[in-house]
Design a protein around this ligand. Sequence first.
Ligand code: PMP
Length: 369
Amino acid sequence: SVPGAAASIDELPIRDNLRGKSPYGAPQLTVPVQLNTNENPHPPTRALIDDVAESVRAAAAELHRYPDRDAVALRTDLAAYLTGQTGVAVTAANVWAANGSNEILQQLLQAFGGPGRSAMGFVPSYSMHPIISDGTETRWVPVFRRSDFSLDVEDAVSAIAQHRPDVLFVTSPNNPTGHSVPLADLRRLLSVAPGIVIVDEAYGEFSSAPSAITLIDEFPTKLVVSRTMSKAFAFAGGRLGYLAAAPAVVEALLLVRLPYHLSVVTQAAARAALRHADETLASVAELAAQRDRVSGELAAMGFRVIESDANFLLFGEFTNAAATWRRYLDEGVLIRDVGIEGYLRATIGLAAENDELLRVSTKLVATEL
Ligand code: PMP
């Protein structure tokens, strides 16, 4: 028997705003085709594996000491990467890093949200935005997208004027729908937002739209661009997220970050992975081509496929999405039920994995949806 198992969560003195809530819950199942968490399906190259292993081995000699609390070398490397990616000359002072962009978002809400404050997002969007808001006791204000999941900017502007959120989340490309937000729309939102605007660019490398990083100099007291090495960068297991913003934003985050949050091992491994950015990102164009192929074939079968600028597709319409999700799983294909009625989300995988997704889809169409 498990010590303490008689106690239920309802008996614990947790904060009222956490009562009855569900944790983040993407199923982690071992099945042949895993297309449910938007990772890059390409494993690291031999050269990258060797570089990570050697770098971690060298760093292990320092494990009796705390890591560089400010991760300056890593932030310098990330700044160089962002400069190359976006054409904006960002420096280490503009960049902050943490264990995944989830931790970046949490630190942002610790500094700029909190009790008595609110965070707004345009839903459906990334499920962790409200969960991190709850965790930091920031009041969550959802604003609905159009029925085709696109963002109605004028509607957004009036919601901002009405609710005056301390933090505004804009996800671009949006998870789970795949739309990017054009710079002109971001500028419009930034010009009316009263507080911090977090542009969550977790899928930025997949997008053809320019990065919001180009707007930092125009909106230094508002704009934070959150990014991650988990998606295009094929480093989800390494846990490394980062942001670009004015240096003052980084100063604010130093007030809430836990000292030494990025281990010696994480910093060394991430720097090694960054040295192989070009070979890793070579898969981005191929994944985009696969996405367009899968999208075209699903549409040809009669599915409604939402146009995506990322490495996943939201598609439907299903009379019972949860039951259909189960049928894909029974066929060995794990996709994602993101809780949108009638729709499911599939990550773009390797060609053979996508073929499997399409095979099962054909079969489902043939029976019933
Ligand atoms: N933002 C968005 C939009 C995401 O989809 C994800 C991952 N699903 C994250 C942030 C967080 O990813 P990570 O913590 O691995 O950087």
